[in-house]
Design a protein around this ligand. Structure first.
Ligand SMILES: Cc1cc2nc3c(=O)[nH]c(=O)nc-3n(C[C@H](O)[C@H](O)[C@H](O)COP(=O)(O)OP(=O)(O)OC[C@H]3O[C@@H](n4cnc5c(N)ncnc54)[C@H](O)[C@@H]3O)c2cc1C
Length: 403
């Protein structure tokens, strides 16, 4: 291992980035004293997005889903005069590979030896909320909660797990609302899941009074803001049917945060992203370019398909990335780039376990290809998630300090 200072920069401190940052920071206390971590996130909090559906009907619970990063990373600032590891709240805007630096929206330039891009993806409210500070994001969640409470007729567009869970929570909490869930495909859930889970979801949503419309694509106007506020609007489906509602929820998928790659693509003259913006990676989770062996991309912002965009698979990606960075440091790669250790590959398959709560009492699940749809067993299995949407587990994990 080299004796010079090595800085590992981790951008995006959520499921993927937090684990890498903590693993590397822990290593610096175990015989790697010249190793430092710079963690960067545009927000001042870690957000447990998985529990967003419950927050639509339980505001107190919802507010607990944001954990201040200053608390989570407090060991990063043990010596505030000259911290070994740092947390900077700001946005990554560009990368310069020749200089091995990144540019941040606060004007800072930060040098890296290893760069981890874990900037994930965003959904529309109420899955994600605008706001970089705790105060802003709490206010937005509060306004969303009040809007959902006030709305009488809610249209949910998109029948994947997120749309189903939101519909189930709202329909259970508010029996008097008219809720319509419209989905473009012939059945609910991504089509790689079994028919049983799709049919079970329709059945259980209908038991709660939700109207489920399949094979119908709503024409979503691009100039209309979908921010989950009460706003009467009539939208039209491909069948010609008109859907009047006073609140609309877009649950149609995610958009990756990878705009900062543009400058790097210009510098290298290479397309480093796929058609939806995902950063292309090798099996080792290094960015897919000969020029970028020290840039790693775990989590939702990489170009792996939708079946990989789940927290536990993202956690496995972080382990691969941390292991590979440690191997490269041990081999002295940062001083001599001809020293290339054998790196581990990410071998997990796409998600094969799925729990989808439909309110606190109902739900569907799929485990190792077996669907639990209309049956009582689906409710039992989804109950493991609907109890608190893994809040207690995540709270324990994120607040666990580096030993
Ligand atoms: C509503 C919902 C329900 C879900 N349910 C489940 C579930 O039941 N089970 C499951 O396994 N998974 C679920 N997921 C998916 C899971 O949450 C994601 O797979 C996981 O959060 C991805 O982690 P990540 O670290 O890659 O990205 P993210 O969690 O998206 O985090 C990205 C981080 O990067 C930061 N960032 C972005 N751009 C920049 C920038 N330019 N500069 C600085 N910082 C930046 C963001 O602020 C954020 O902190 C759900 C997701 C949602 C939205």
């Amino acid at each position: 291992m080299s004796t010079r200072n090595i800085n590992v920069v981790v951008v995006g401190v959520s499921v993927a980035g937090l684990k890498v940052a903590k693993t590397i920071a822990a290593l610096s206390k175990q015989g790697f004293p010249n190793l430092s971590v710079t963690a960067i996130d545009k927000n001042e909090y870690f957000y447990h997005a998985i529990a967003a559906p419950r927050a639509t009907v339980d505001l107190e619970f919802g507010k607990k889903l944001f954990f201040p990063l200053a608390d989570i990373l407090q060991e990063f600032e043990l010596n505030p005069a000259e911290p070994k590891h740092k947390f900077i709240q700001t946005t990554l805007t560009s990368i310069n590979n020749a200089q091995k630096t990144i540019q941040l929206s606060n004007g800072q330039t930060v040098a890296f030896d290893y760069l981890v891009l874990a900037t994930g993806a965003k959904n529309k409210s109420p899955a994600h909320y605008e706001g970089a500070t705790m105060a802003e994001v709490h206010r937005n969640m509060e306004e969303t909660f009040e809007s959902i409470k006030e709305a009488k007729d809610i249209l949910i567009i998109g029948g994947g797990a997120v749309g189903i869970e939101i519909a189930g929570e709202i329909a259970t909490a508010y029996k008097d609302k008219k809720i319509t869930l419209v989905h473009a495909a012939e059945r609910l859930m991504p089509l790689n899941f079994k028919h049983g889970i799709s049919n079970g979801a329709v059945d259980k949503l209908q038991r709660l009074g939700v109207e489920v419309v399949l094979n119908e694509k709503i024409k979503v106007p691009e100039d209309v803001l979908f921010n989950c506020r009460v706003r009467p609007l009539t939208l039209t489906g491909t069948s010609g049917r008109e859907y009047a509602s006073d609140l609309q929820i877009l649950a149609t998928g995610t958009t990756v945060h990878t705009e900062y790659m543009e400058s790097l693509e210009g510098e290298l003259g290479e397309h480093l992203r796929n058609d939806w913006g995902g950063i292309k990676v090798r099996k080792t989770l290094q960015a897919n370019s000969e020029s970028l062996p020290n840039i790693f991309v775990p989590g939702d912002c990489n170009a792996l398909p939708a079946g990989y965009k789940f927290a536990y698979l993202v956690g496995a990606m972080s382990t691969v990335v941390a292991t590979n960075i440690i191997a490269m440091i041990n081999a002295g790669f940062d001083e001599d780039s001809t020293k290339k250790p054998t790196l581990v590959e990410y071998t997990s398959g796409p998600m094969n376990i799925m729990f989808v709560p439909i309110g606190p009492n109902l739900g569907v699940a799929q485990i190792m290809g077996i669907a639990f749809g209309k049956s009582f067993m689906g409710n039992v299995l989804a109950g493991f998630k609907s109890k608190d949407y893994f809040y207690a587990k995540i709270a324990a994990e994120v607040t666990d300090v580096v030993k």
